[in-house]
Design a protein around this ligand. Structure first.
Ligand code: SF4
Length: 511
């Protein structure tokens, strides 16, 4: 069982808003050094006090919070803020449609409204606009829930959105869900996941009311109890593809268990049944420790937060942890042997092509470390460095198990100029990184592939095969990036690119 079950305490849902992650779990958002140094600095608290001299935009928790709640079925999201806070949502509708279609769910538009706060609203308050938007959403769209994402401006001027929710609660049929995701509150964008799940836990996770049957049906009740005792909730994340979810469900089913994937793209009925499971399993602690911890408190459901099932070793471990909970170790060993034998044989041609090639991985902390381990351990590649958006206690164990404890790691959410400075020095044969970075990396002439993709499979055993296939394909013909780098220059000076990355990191004052 995950050590975090005992280590962390929750119990925050009595509060209007969740604590930010800086205070709840401690977090490092700026670092440059070796992995073993970073572990020591995280444990001593020094890593949490690092900042940078030159910083670019680092993201906002409102974006991540809206990303989570907007996936739910038949909801309307109202962003209570100036219009600029919504600038990143333009592409989200397509993503939602793609995901729903790939899961075979009914097609739905992503309906989001905004209150377009202006200077006068800052003086007079924005609640009248928000009230109008809520009533409009109810009248026009008849959603199951109306979710209000609160931006910095109403947070600073003190708009009491919770009072408005109480006032309107009895007047409309949709459930009202305030999400306190004001960007200024946290430097750690993943705080947005906690903000989103805080609202979901307070307003949408309500167990179904069960009435006693007029005519007792013991057989059905026994079947229901059996189903719950074998059900494993697999908590999906925004970067999952349907292929990932199918693969993780497949290997859990192979143990004779019943997988159920949620909460993204779930309906309100699905959320009402979230407590009907024997075990909750995370695929990424950065996303859902807050949710799993509170579900344990509310329903008593044990949970596992361990590794992210990318690559052979991590997938084996992820499956074994689940099996151990149910006493199914022998079954798991059989499944793992069968899968590993087949996969290792299938990977052989890619190993021949990729062995010895250098690679750099950038993105979310757990994903980059498990992906880098796969490249090194299973494909024989030379991992020359990794970049994490943030680092916290959840990856300490994974970092401790790295083949090379001196592996270079930088911690930076966004910060493309800093990442390009690192890459200009290391010049890897291949870059595997988060959406948004690959365009910049192409200008350096480095072949690259995305770290995740909603239409691609990365997790589990089939995901490992796909990842190797994509890496091999990216190196087969590198003319595209060569031409890009010849024709499009980076907006960075030669002096910046030659500078020591560590010079950009400085100690900040405690907050
Ligand atoms: S940081 Fe504040 S103002 Fe900026 S996008 Fe986020 S919520 Fe809006």
């Amino acid at each position: 069982m995950s050590k975090y079950s005992d280590e962390l305490t929750y119990g925050f849902t009595g509060q209007v808003a969740p604590p930010v992650r800086e205070t709840r779990i401690g977090v490092c958002s700026a670092y440059c050094g070796a992995c073993d140094e970073l572990i020591a600095d995280v444990q001593s608290g020094c890593a949490q006090l690092q900042g940078r001299r030159f910083a670019q935009s680092g993201g906002c928790q409102l974006m991540l919070a809206v990303g989570i709640v907007s996936s739910l079925t038949n909801v309307v999201v109202i962003v209570h803020s100036p219009l600029g806070c919504c600038s990143g949502f333009v592409g989200s509708g397509g993503l939602r449609k793609t995901m729903r279609a790939s899961k075979g769910k009914r097609e739905e538009e992503f309906v989001w409204l905004h209150t377009n706060l202006d200077e006068m609203d800052v003086v007079r308050g924005g609640l009248d606009k928000l009230r109008e938007a809520v009533l409009y959403a109810e009248r026009e769209y008849h959603p199951d829930a109306i979710i209000i994402a609160n931006g910095c401006v109403p947070g600073i001027i003190g708009d009491d959105i919770d009072s408005l929710v109480t006032e309107l609660g009895g007047r409309i049929s949709a459930k009202l869900v305030p999400i306190h995701c004001e960007g200024f509150k946290s430097r750690y964008v993943a705080s947005g996941y906690d903000s989103a799940y805080h609202g979901v836990l307070r307003h949408l996770v309500e167990p179904l009311v069960k009435y006693e049957r007029a005519i007792p049906d013991e057989k059905q009740e026994t079947l229901d109890r059996y189903r719950i005792s074998r059900t494993v909730n697999i908590f999906n994340v925004g970067s999952n593809s349907n292929g990932d979810e199918v693969e993780l469900s497949r290997i859990v089913s192979a143990l004779g268990l019943i997988p159920r994937v949620l909460p993204l793209h779930a309906s309100l009925d699905d959320l009402a049944r979230i407590g009907e499971a024997a075990l909750n399993v995370s695929v990424c602690a950065t996303h859902d420790d807050y949710l799993l911890g509170h579900l344990k408190e509310r329903f008593g459901t044990p949970y596992i937060i361990d590794t992210l099932p990318i690559g052979i070793r991590s997938t084996n471990l992820w499956l074994l942890r689940i099996a151990e909970f149910f006493g199914l170790e022998a079954e798991a060993e059989r499944v793992i042997k069968l899968e590993n034998d087949q996969l290792n044989a299938a990977l052989e041609p890619f190993r021949r092509e990729l062995r010895g090639k250098s690679v750099y991985v950038g993105g979310g902390e757990t994903r980059i470390l498990t992906t880098a381990s796969f490249f090194a351990e299973d494909l024989g590649m030379d991992v020359v460095g990794v970049k994490a958006h943030n680092v916290d206690r959840f990856v300490e164990e994974i970092m401790e198990e790295l083949e090379d404890p001196r592996l270079e790691i930088t911690v930076a959410a966004g910060q493309p100029a800093e990442e390009l400075n690192v890459l200009a020095r290391l010049r890897p044969d291949l870059y595997c990184g988060h959406v948004g970075a690959n365009g910049w990396v192409s200008r350096l002439g480095i072949p690259n592939l995305p770290l995740f993709g909603q239409a691609l499979n990365y997790m589990g055993y089939t995901g490992a095969y796909e990842l190797a296939r994509k890496a091999s394909k990216a190196l087969k013909n590198t003319n595209f990036v060569k031409n890009i780098s010849r024709g499009v220059k980076l907006p960075l000076s030669a002096e910046w690119l030659a500078r020591d990355t560590k010079l950009n990191i400085k100690e900040t004052e405690a907050v």
